[in-house]
Design a protein around this ligand. Structure first.
Ligand SMILES: O=C(O)c1ccccc1N[C@@H]1O[C@H](COP(=O)(O)O)[C@@H](O)[C@H]1O
Length: 213
């Protein structure tokens, strides 16, 4: 069995970046969704990207963003992948991948088996499916610390690489990996002491726990 990959999402400071690198996370997420408490302005992403250099992969998170916003962020954050966390259709995902030339991670918000089945439509439009919990109407589409029923994606055999997000933290991530077989796990609020404030010890504990399975 190969090692579970980890992504720490919503970093905004050099200290947070160094904590993720020290913890041997595989990816960091830069959040380009302005309403989020983890929002990172493109000019700040540029400084973090310069510091990260080739030490860690950078994934840019967008919610129904237009091309101009993605263009600015891809250049500033030197992004290795684009995470589409909104209502982007397969056509839009394919367009983003073609236009920006980096892998696209499409998030599928899950509350039922029918939601999981929606992933198939992205077979040729995206590179990875990230299953996250569906959040209540009128709230952020992610980063809320909400988990969904993991049995819905256990040992998912879809047409794409995949990962698990939603309410993951150092305490439950090993169980989540054991129960789902997720090759990648992603967390935002689960490694924070307050919304948007990452905790280095929690990041280390999360990455360690994800790798114990
Ligand atoms: O983190 C955010 O603020 C956020 C805002 C809007 C869309 C997605 C967001 N984060 C992503 O959601 C998952 C799950 O978050 P959590 O671990 O439950 O807090 C996170 O991994 C990010 O990819």
């Amino acid at each position: 069995m190969s090692r579970t990959a980890t992504k720490i999402c919503g970093l905004t400071t050099p200290d947070m970046l160094e904590a993720a690198i020290q913890a041997r996370a595989d990816h960091v997420g830069f959040n380009f969704f302005p309403p989020s408490p983890r929002y990172l302005a493109p000019r700040d992403a540029a400084a973090l990207a310069e510091r990260a250099e080739a030490r860690i992969s950078r994934v840019g998170l967008f919610v129904d963003a237009d091309d101009a916003a993605i263009t600015e962020a891809v250049a500033a954050g030197r992004l290795d992948a684009i995470q589409l966390h909104g209502q982007e259709t397969p056509e839009r995902a394919a367009q983003v991948r073609a236009r920006f030339g980096v892998p696209v991670w499409k998030v599928i918000s899950v509350a039922s088996a029918a939601d999981v089945a929606r992933a198939d439509a992205y077979a040729t439009a995206a590179d990875l499916i990230l299953f996250d919990a569906k959040t209540p109407k009128g709230t952020l589409p992610g980063g809320m610390g909400l988990a969904f029923d993991w049995t819905l994606v256990a040992n998912w055999k879809g047409p794409l690489a995949w990962g698990l997000a939603g309410g993951l933290n150092p305490t439950n991530v090993a169980e989540a990996v054991a129960r789902t077989g997720a090759p990648l796990v992603d967390t935002a609020s689960g490694v924070e002491s307050a919304p948007g404030v990452k905790d280095a010890d929690l990041i280390a504990a999360f990455c360690r726990a994800a790798r114990t399975v």
